[in-house]
Design a protein around this ligand. Structure first.
Ligand code: TXA
Ligand code: MG
Length: 317
């Protein structure tokens, strides 16, 4: 066990966080999507600590975070499409999978031995400042025990990883609330391996047809294991109302019984995405027998919300 400290961001704590990362220890930090569990992506030891802290299967590769496009271009081979996507959507809630450059310094453990690499330039000002200060790629999966609900506040990180991470930089709640879109541009057909806030509709004008990964995604993005983002309680989808003993999570007009929580009373998908993980955690309490969730439209950001909900509801291993 190591001592875990939650620090408010100041020049001094940012510098301390960067020095901690450079020394090979782990620092959790906010991005606009979710909190990441960061470690030096070029250090096998630091990357091994990430897998251990999360109890994450080591065949599931990590995203390397960098402060700007040039730092990204130094790690991977960006073809024309990858450059275009990077220029339009970075910094932002999108991860690109590209071919690894020959001299790429990223630990092979971080990319699980694949010849591709996942890279992201986050937009959150604290993440950007931390990455500029530490001046090396930072591997960062979501800062939660593997398979559980991703964290959107510093307190969520503490609840899952106390004693396993040195510093948690507290940047308040994440604005997007769902993990980044993972877009594979390493092959011929652009493919969304994980839906997120950058949607197929947003990408297609730039890239042409974008495929959504189906069953084969399990091989391409090993992280997309069936049961994931799961609270301890069972989750039931497309529920019109709560059954005896269930807690209800509403959306729009499907507001459930009196006093039930809602993802967005106004039926706003952006608000629903930002609140999803917090509410799944809040409803995950002893005494209830399950969480019933109202239907969410399968459009825009709803695709990513439904993806996470289906995995939260999937049969547990
Ligand atoms: O929003 C996010 O993406 C957050 C923040 C912290 O940046 N990070 C995150 O990381 O969600 P993680 O490790 O929980 O998810 C990374 C996803 C996994 O599904 C993994 O399998 C996939 O990216 N991935 C990583 N490298 C890959 C590669 N070379 N090829 C295909 N998929 C890859
Ligand atoms: Mg994750």
């Amino acid at each position: 066990m190591i001592e875990t400290r939650i620090l408010k961001p100041t020049d001094a704590t940012l510098y301390e966080a960067a020095a901690t990362l450079a020394a090979g220890a782990l620092v959790a930090f906010p991005t606009e999507t979710v909190y990441g569990l960061g470690g030096d992506a070029t250090s096998d030891t630091a990357v091994a600590k990430i897998f251990e802290a999360k109890a994450r299967p080591s065949f599931n590769p990590l995203i390397s975070h960098v402060p700007d496009l040039d730092a990204a271009f130094a790690l991977g081979n960006f073809n024309k499409r990858a450059r275009a996507a990077a220029e339009v959507f970075w910094p932002g809630p999108m991860t690109l999978v590209v071919q690894r450059r020959e001299n790429c310094p990223i630990s092979l453990l971080a990319s699980a031995g694949l010849d591709t690499i996942a890279i992201r330039v986050p937009a959150h000002p604290l993440a950007a400042e931390l990455l500029r200060t530490v001046d090396r790629p930072i591997a960062a999966p979501s800062a939660n025990p593997s398979g559980r609900v991703s964290p959107t506040t510093a307190e969520h990180v503490l609840a899952g990883l106390a004693g396993k991470v040195s510093i948690i930089l507290d940047g308040g709640p994440c604005s997007v609330g769902l993990e980044s879109t993972v877009l594979d541009l390493s092959g011929e057909a652009p493919t969304i391996l994980r839906p997120g806030a950058v949607t197929a509709e947003m990408l297609e004008p730039l890239l042409g047809p974008v495929a959504a990964a189906g069953a084969s995604a399990k091989i391409a993005a090993p992280g997309m294991l069936e049961s994931h983002y799961a609270p301890a309680l069972p989750v039931r989808l497309n529920a019109e109302t709560a059954e005896e003993g269930e807690l209800f999570l509403g959306f729009g007009e499907a507001s459930g019984p009196d006093g039930a929580e809602t993802l967005s009373a106004a039926g706003d998908l952006t608000e629903a995405a930002a609140r999803l993980f917090s509410l799944l955690r809040a409803l995950d309490r002893p005494g209830a027998i399950g969480i019933a969730v109202a239907p969410i439209p399968e459009t825009g950001l709803g695709v990513a919300i439904n993806d996470r909900l289906r995995r939260a509801a999937a049969p547990r291993a």
